[in-house]
Design a binder for this molecule. Structure first.
Ligand code: AMP
Length: 389
């Protein structure tokens, strides 16, 4: 996700620059001013409460703002990102935004402040007033809006300066010059963002071999808990011996062990474009753990892919594999294979459903040959990455 807040006094050009950002990065636009004007036009209770304050150029209460923002954000949780215009406008609203972002398991990437001298704001707004039809675009109200901005809104900048995500642009330049500077800022943010994929599929769906190939093609780090655990067994560590016992009885390995191994992997991987997780998360608990682990690295899940293969074909593939040297300790017998398929059915399918609601899960047909499936997955990844550019 890419989340940006455009900041600046009334008339700084936030609305104009927003149009470009929404189109270019396909962001969901949230202008609290627009939302309030809609409430007023619809004659809702909130609209009636806000009407007089807006007409006088004052700031609407944080209570009203939190209600309209919460409604809009939670109705669009699967958006690629949000662009806030005119929010946060008070120090309290900066905290509200933090809370809302946490709720969506994301964070604000930057606050871009368009710096414009006061008299320039006034003359722009008076000019706009000739055609905008906005009753608050007249000199008396404009002066009050600017006073509110200086008193209540400017202190918000400190919040973001402290967080290190504050960027300032000279808003008195031409529209195109401002646009170019915004573009440079956003490009820089995107180049530092990790692209993280979770690949799902029943055992035997090809998620492992496809995951490795996708990781190689797109410069991602392949994180597969299975092989990590295998390595422990091979090195005959104490953890490895515990894991082996669990495998033999067809059980999942406890989260404590897996978390430590993933954490190590995330920490050791530097200068990569992102991660591709295979075989993790398998349970709802693990999905929360993964969110937490990625968050610790200032990142989150970018795309979820599920490779679909019918059950009979899965059994056929796993049975075949068990007769080759690619046989895994957990598919040496039919009962173990069935147990693994069951584990996926009862625990992991719930995780996929959760992701489907949160991010949308891309389903890919896993029945073709390796190259066909690989091409289909690649196309989805390319599409996903493109939307981040
Ligand atoms: P705008 O369209 O952003 O210029 O907002 C117009 C008016 O709506 C402002 O002068 C305020 O009265 C009100 N308003 C918009 N956003 C907020 C906000 N985040 N907090 C408080 N009042 C707001």
């Amino acid at each position: 996700m890419l989340n940006i807040a455009l900041f600046g006094p009334p008339g700084a050009g936030k609305g104009t620059q927003s149009e470009y950002l929404i189109k270019k990065y396909r962001l969901f636009y949230i202008s609290t001013g627009d939302l309030l004007r809609k409430e007023i036009a619809d004659k809702t209770k909130l609209g009636r409460e806000a009407q007089n304050i807006i007409a006088s150029g004052g700031l609407v209460s944080d209570e009203i703002i939190v209600q309209i923002i919460e409604k809009t954000i939670t109705e669009n949780p699967d958006s690629r990102g949000f662009l806030f215009d005119g929010f946060p406008r008070t120090y309290i609203q900066a905290y509200i935004l933090e809370g809302l972002m946490i709720k969506l398991n994301t964070s604000l990437d930057c606050l871009i402040s368009l710096d414009v001298p006061e008299e320039e704001s006034v003359s722009r707004l008076l000019n706009r007033g000739k055609t905008s039809g906005r009753s608050d675009d007249n000199e008396k109200v404009i002066r009050n809006r600017l006073k509110e901005y200086n008193d209540k809104t400017l202190p918000v900048l400190e919040f973001y300066k402290d967080k290190g995500i504050y960027k300032e642009i000279n808003g008195a330049q031409s529209i195109d010059e401002v646009k170019l500077e915004i573009r440079t800022i956003v490009k820089n943010i995107l180049s530092k963002k990790l692209y993280n994929i979770v690949v799902f599929g029943y055992p035997g769906s090809g998620r492992g071999s496809q995951g490795i190939a996708i990781a190689k093609k797109f410069g991602l780090e392949y994180v597969a808990t299975g092989p990590m655990l295998e390595e422990e067994i091979e090195n005959d560590t104490e953890t490895g011996r515990r894991i082996k016992d669990l495998y033999d009885s067809g059980q999942l390995v406890p989260d404590e062990i897996v978390v430590q191994l993933i954490e190590k992997k995330l920490e050791e991987s530097k200068g990569i474009r992102g991660f591709i997780f295979k075989g993790y998360p398998r349970t709802l608990v693990q999905s929360y753990i993964l969110d937490g682990l990625l968050k610790k690295h200032g990142s989150s899940i970018s795309q979820v892919i599920e490779i679909e293969v019918p059950t009979l074909e899965l059994i056929r593939r796993l049975d075949e594999r068990s007769k080759t040297d690619r046989c895994m300790p957990y598919d040496t017998s039919t009962s173990k294979i069935v147990k693994r398929l069951q584990e996926h059915e009862t625990k992991t399918v719930t995780v996929i459903e959760k992701y489907n609601q949160l991010h949308g899960v891309v389903k890919v047909d896993g029945m073709g040959n390796f190259d066909e499936v690989h091409e289909n997955i690649s196309a989805e990844v390319e599409e996903g990455m493109k939307s981040m550019r």
